[in-house]
Design a protein around this ligand. Sequence first.
Ligand SMILES: C[S@@+](CC[C@H](N)C(=O)[O-])C[C@H]1O[C@@H](n2cnc3c(N)ncnc32)[C@H](O)[C@@H]1O
Length: 239
Amino acid sequence: MPDSVKPSERRSSARTSLVWTALEQVLAGAGDVLDIGGGTGGFAVRVAELGHRVTVVDPSPDALAALDRRARELGVAVTGEQGDLSTLLDVSGPASADVVLCHGVLEVVDDPAAALTTLRQVLRPGGTLSLLVAQRYASVVARAMAGHFAQALAMLDDPAAGSGRAGHRFTEEEVRALLVGAGFEIGTVHGVRVFADLVPGSLLDLEPGATAALVELERAVAERTEFRPLATQLHVLAR
Ligand SMILES: C[S@@+](CC[C@H](N)C(=O)[O-])C[C@H]1O[C@@H](n2cnc3c(N)ncnc32)[C@H](O)[C@@H]1O
């Protein structure tokens, strides 16, 4: 990564690079992509740049306005619709998407099982769900490293403890059970951000080549089950 890249972009690249690699394979040949809770379009706009028809459904008007600005700045079309998981079938209709992105949203919905059942209905037969969720054990480690030991202890077995606005945290077992319960067949499961959130940002800013080396390390551990519980997020592809 060249030195001219901003520090925030370096960290963001270290955090999302793996997800993109998996997504690019899934997106090949896909027409309609739905990004539920797509927010300001960090993923959606880039997917649109690849030539797909992208719709973002999100409850936040502010996020949708920011999405619109971002898409216009880059000269791509992304449809923004106000709505949420509970109204998704009315907004998008059943069997309307080849790929559904649900990134960082399952954590904040009241009923994750119902949410996944809805996503299954929105997908066309043979379509793929890209699910990115926060993992509980990584949160325990993060809390402990920040000195919040009581919070870390409370979170060990309780998905909602100490989660505040960030929402629930899931274990891999819980995510798998939710997906299977909603009728999905689980494909690949990757651990994302095993180290990226633990290394000081200054290290990436000051050390030439550090971001690329970190991304390579993240790639090497993403599929190794012994590291997976330490990943900040799980990225699951399911059909
Ligand atoms: C952590 S952000 C993730 C944004 C984006 N998906 C990403 O990965 O960068 C969570 C998003 O979910 C949206 N959201 C909150 N509750 C929702 C719900 N019930 N259904 C759908 N989206 C929801 C929020 O407005 C916000 O844009």
